[in-house]
Design a protein around this ligand. Structure first.
Ligand SMILES: C[S@@+](CC[C@H](N)C(=O)[O-])C[C@H]1O[C@@H](n2cnc3c(N)ncnc32)[C@H](O)[C@@H]1O
Length: 676
């Protein structure tokens, strides 16, 4: 959303800075700082008001004074430095910062007549806010970064005041990630061996593990199922430990993690995890069968205890958000996710589906099998760029379900780390089976404002969504029969609930579409990555019929320039459909569009300017034509909906060959007709 306002002045921005500071202080009551104010300058040379964060205003004890400059003023001028130090002394402030909306330098206020020099600097922030001139703060994305930088400044000063310099080992991303990855690898190795030997003696365990692999959709797609499961267990456990330590930065009430020799993991950690679940992060800390699939051997117990001790020696308090964010981001390399049974959709594909299906000022979005959250992050970024909604509100509009506790954990961390400084930061990610969910069913989430006295949760009904996006699991046909019989029955009855009698060979992804219908209203859109095979498969006649009626097909998009889902050996096509008003008589005019991308999505987005503006332009190229057309990048074949619907009605058992509309060049139709 673009701001309509054109002008601003320094006073107005100062006022905004004070508001941000006070909002932040009220969220972090534990800091013991009173409030921020604008003060008449005491220094006679001062023209602007001074900005002061108070420990006690009555007692005239300031904590931080802020020397605010505009982006065109360099902060390195020694005159400014001396001036800012003098002002800070007048306010009896412990620290001061010089900030030009781009860069900032934090200093301790010198005592008495001591002179300040650049060598006294405690911390420096580089230009990361995107503000080039004062007026830029009116842009929502710049305002968000300014607020973030301001918060970091306050946190840095606060952490310095609490811990002092050098109290604990500072976290270096490189060393930290290497150390944790080594622990994960070792733990996974131990668990893998444990699983291999335990499954030899237990058919029950073998079948439980296979069941997990089939249900999550990775059976037949990963080479070593046991290795994937061992990896999921190891990553999950260590991810929980890391996340707990990160949370403690903002929640000092959480007890310090410590295990003694006799303690056994995971049991010994459950009391800690339950403490977090009192306020949220259900998706991360809820116990799950995966946690206790096999016992962690003694060497693994030692490894975890040792890791916790090592991690405890780090200076978590002064860990900045960007470092923590990159630790989480780099912890599981994407190629590793594949071995763990986590397939992900390439970001440009997820971004395109988000842009094709999400609309409105506060759209509610669901990914019913969200994996590590690729689509949730696309939705997050797309909605943020179009509406300027803030982190907390964005999280409240984006929901994700996943059967796998490991995947749900990753998705929650991925969303959370978009803005680690927000304490009220509760991803709507829920672990569990999509087919157990119904609209209106309640899920417990924390209240909008969490306090230490009130951590009670609010039952939140699952809403009807404006957009349902994702890449649901597909099943290789040889695995169809291995599905747990109860689960199979559940799939067919989910279809029946929306009036669909699904043929026996129906692929798993189609059931996701059928069940998703229940969470949609007229005008809601669905955008899924699907295996292209259904476009000609027999079972698809049912789906095709649906797509020419209640769930009107908007577009099928394939690419002959790249694989849209490269990690699995499946030819994929994107499906976009919209829930239609019941037989409103408008469908005579309706058109189905079959789109073939002749260049990779990244190439179709080439150009300068905002990424999402370019993405929206691409969606316009897909949606605008009402006649078949082709250029060097894209071929669009437009087919009247009525034609397909009538053909399906005339031969109810034969699927239409929809893949031909994607494959045949337009000249074919000029000769033989059938398209608009
Ligand atoms: C192909 S992956 C897609 C992951 C993610 N959407 C992406 O593209 O990055 C499918 C996901 O669906 C999840 N899943 C499978 N069956 C499910 C079910 N019945 N309910 C919820 N999630 C399910 C799997 O655990 C897996 O994470």
């Amino acid at each position: 959303m673009k701001s309509k306002r054109r002008s601003t002045n320094e006073m107005e921005f100062q006022g905004q800075v004070v508001t941000w500071l006070n909002e932040n202080l009220s969220k972090h009551g534990g800091m013991g700082l009173e409030r921020a104010t604008q003060e008449k300058p005491r220094k006679t040379s001062g023209k602007r008001n001074d900005l002061v964060v108070w420990q006690s205003r009555i007692g005239e004890i300031a904590f931080l004074s802020i020397e605010l400059k505009t982006p065109d003023t360099p902060i390195s001028d020694p005159v400014f430095l001396a001036d800012a130090a003098e002002k800070a002394q007048q306010w009896h402030s412990r620290y001061f910062v010089i900030w030009n909306m781009r860069e900032a330098e934090l200093y301790p206020t010198p005592a008495g007549i001591a002179r300040i020099t650049p060598a006294d600097r405690l911390y420096r922030w580089g230009a990361s806010t995107g503000a080039d001139q004062l007026v830029d703060w009116l842009k929502p994305e710049v305002a968000k970064r300014l607020e973030h930088q301001l918060r970091e400044i306050l946190d840095r000063a606060w952490n310095h005041s609490v811990a002092g310099e050098g109290a604990a080992v500072a976290i270096d991303t490189e060393i930290f990630v290497t150390r944790i990855s080594a622990a994960i690898n070792a733990l996974r190795g131990l668990l893998h061996r444990q699983i291999t030997s335990a499954t030899k003696g237990s058919r029950k365990l073998r079948s439980t593990i296979n069941k997990i692999a089939i249900e999550q959709g990775f059976m037949g797609f990963v080479e070593d199922v046991d290795y994937a499961i061992a990896g999921q267990m190891g990553y999950r456990l260590i991810g929980q430990i890391l996340f707990y330590l990160a949370l403690r930065r903002q929640q000092p009430a959480l007890p310090a993690l410590s295990l003694s020799r006799g303690d056994k993991v995971p049991g010994a950690l459950s009391a800690y995890w339950n403490n977090v679940r009192r306020f949220d992060y259900e998706a991360l800390f809820k116990p799950h069968a995966l946690d206790t699939l096999v016992e962690i051997p003694a060497s693994g117990q030692f490894l975890i205890r040792h890791l916790i001790d090592q991690l405890a020696s780090y200076d978590w308090a002064s860990l900045t958000d960007d470092v923590l964010g990159s630790v989480f981001e780099r912890l599981i390399p994407r190629e590793e996710q594949l071995l763990l049974g986590q397939f992900y959709t390439p970001r440009p594909v997820a971004d395109l589906l988000a842009a094709l299906t999400i609309e409105g000022r506060r759209p509610l979005v669901l990914d019913p099998g969200c994996g590590s959250g690729t689509f949730l992050m696309s939705a997050y970024d797309f909605i943020a760029s179009r509406t300027g909604l803030r982190h907390k509100d964005l999280l409240a509009t984006i929901w994700g379900f996943d059967l796998s506790p490991f995947a749900a954990e990753l998705a929650a961390i991925n969303l959370f780390r978009q803005d680690l400084s927000e304490f009220e930061n509760f991803p709507r990610v829920v672990t569990g089976n999509f087919f157990d969910r119904d609209p209106g069913q309640t899920v417990e989430f924390p209240p909008p404002h969490v306090t230490h006295d009130d951590m009670s949760k609010v039952p939140t009904p699952i809403p009807i969504f404006d957009s349902i996006i994702g890449n649901p699991p597909y099943l290789r046909s040889q695995n169809q029969d291995d599905l747990d019989s109860r689960y199979r029955a559940q799939l067919f009855s989910a279809a029946a609930r929306v009036g669909i009698k699904a043929p026996a060979k129906t692929d798993l992804f189609a059931f996701f579409i059928y069940h998703a219908m229940r969470f949609m209203q007229v005008g809601s859109r669905l955008g899924f990555v699907t295996p292209a095979s259904w476009l000609t498969a027999d079972y698809a006649v049912t789906l095709q019929r649906l797509l020419t009626r209640e769930l009107r097909l908007v577009a099928i998009i394939a690419s002959n320039a790249e694989s849209l889902f490269p990690q699995v050996d499946v030819n994929a096509a994107l499906l976009v459909a919209e829930k239609a008003a019941p037989e409103a008589g408008h469908e005579g005019k309706s058109l189905l569009r079959f789109v073939t991308l002749k260049a990779p999505i990244a190439a179709l987005l080439a150009g300068s300017g905002d990424y999402w503006d370019r993405m929206v332009k691409l969606t316009d190229r897909i949606y605008d034509p009402d006649k078949s057309c082709e250029d060097s990048d894209i071929r669009i074949t437009i087919v009247p909906l009525a034609q397909e619907r009538d053909a399906l009605a005339a031969a109810p058992k034969s699927a239409r060959n929809w893949s031909k509309y994607l494959r045949a060049p337009l000249s074919y139709y000029t000769l033989f007709g059938g398209v608009a």
